[in-house]
Design a protein around this ligand. Structure first.
Ligand SMILES: Cc1ncc(COP(=O)(O)O)c(C=O)c1O
Length: 383
């Protein structure tokens, strides 16, 4: 791309970062003749991902949402059960609960990390147990790449005998207490959507140590086809497997993962430095992000102290053709979930009102990074 063209282009929040290696492996996959879903690239991708996350099994699927859906079905989510979901998440987490017929119950977050608040989770589980309700699962979400506080959350879930489905859609490459994201819970879901740290254009993965779960997920994700010469089905299945061509992209991306995370981390540092001395502003989840993949960097602004708001910065950047976006609008604020039960403190509402995610992609060129930093600096100078 020419420098002049790049200078005019809108800068996006987290565009895909693909290059010659991805192209090479996709061409190899096409030439191999394995065009239909599944094939040797899928097998190799699954094996590499299981190794990277320290899991016994990895099942490549068409999306992170599909991985959550099947993980929840395996946990026993269905009609007349409840699944606890942090209200601070992307809609896919809650949607997957609804697909199973279970009821999402939204719990608030820790205001420093945006992740599920352990004490609130415990309270919610206690209240639901007292009401004799069946909680099929808890879904901790690793917000913006920061692992949830599994050290605190897992013992609580264990005490209540509740299955943990980890939503690690945003956190591949991060770790918590020395263990990789995706290694927590009975199952974990990864996303390879185009905006994530690594992509297969669209795709996801279910990770587990349990062989029976992995076998069931492979079976359900291929239309629940029975082993017969004709098509035989004894239950409803899904068309959720990943194609061999997309797995080729995944293998190439995995080779480059650490380098791509390094670029996101460097950007996070630049933002943190720029905002470090600005009163009323702070880089969200920083410091303390040494083990994070820094998927998205967000700034949190206290308008009373700063004299300007997250939305002032957003609209200034938008005029400079730079994308930024408020933190996730909490699920309990979404019209589609307006009637859901909740346990709230106002923390997620606060983050939604004051948080803004900034361009964080590993494919941003030095000139694009300069453009963003200059636009923010100019905005701060005017204030
Ligand atoms: C927290 C979270 N959960 C689930 C998903 C769903 O993943 P996918 O888009 O691959 O279905 C995403 C991202 O899109 C996400 O950010």
């Amino acid at each position: 791309m020419s420098a002049a063209h790049e200078a005019r282009q809108r800068i996006l929040l987290s565009p895909p970062d693909v290059g010659p290696r991805e192209e090479e492996l996709v061409v190899e996959a096409v030439r191999s003749g394995w065009i239909a879903p599944l094939g040797p690239m899928v097998d190799a991708f699954e094996q590499a991902m299981a190794e990277r996350t320290g899991r016994r099994h990895a099942v490549a699927l068409s999306s992170g949402t599909a991985a959550l859906h099947l993980a929840l079905l395996e946990a026993g989510a269905g009609p007349r059960t409840v699944v606890i979901v942090p209200t601070m998440t992307f809609a896919a987490t809650a949607n997957a609960v609804v697909y199973t017929g279970a009821e999402p119950f939204f719990v608030d977050c820790d205001k420093e990390t945006g992740n599920l608040h352990p004490e609130l989770l415990e309270r919610a589980l206690r209240e639901l147990r007292a009401a004799d309700e069946t909680v099929a699962a808890v879904i901790p979400v690793d917000l913006l790449g920061r692992c949830a506080d599994y050290t605190a959350l897992l013992p609580i879930c264990e005490r209540f005998g509740v299955t943990v489905v980890s939503d690690a859609a945003e956190s591949f490459g991060s770790s918590h207490a020395g263990r990789p994201a995706g290694s927590f819970g009975s199952t974990a879901a990864l996303s390879f959507n185009g905006n994530k740290v690594m992509t297969t254009s669209g795709g996801g993965m279910l990770l587990t140590d349990d062989t029976a779960t992995a076998d069931r997920v492979r079976y359900l994700s291929t239309q629940a086809r029975q082993p017969a010469v004709h098509y035989e089905h004894t239950e409803v299945g899904y068309n959720y497997r990943l194609s061999n061509l997309l797995a080729a992209v995944g293998i190439a991306q995995l080779e480059r993962l650490d380098e791509m995370i390094g670029r996101r981390r460097a950007l996070r540092r630049q933002y943190a430095e720029l905002l470090g001395s600005v009163s009323g502003a702070r880089a969200f989840q920083h410091p303390g992000d040494e083990s994070d993949n820094c998927w998205l960097t967000a700034v949190v602004i206290d308008p009373a102290e700063a004299g300007w708001s997250a939305d002032d910065l957003r609209s200034t950047l938008d005029h400079a053709d730079i994308e930024s976006r408020p933190l996730w609008k909490p699920m309990h604020r979404q019209p589609v979930f307006a009637h859901a039960r909740t346990l709230l403190t106002g923390a997620a509402d606060g983050l939604f009102a004051t948080g803004l995610t900034l361009p964080s992609g590993s494919s941003l060129s030095a000139a694009q990074v300069d453009r963003v930093i200059s636009a923010i600096s100019a905005f701060l100078d005017r204030r």
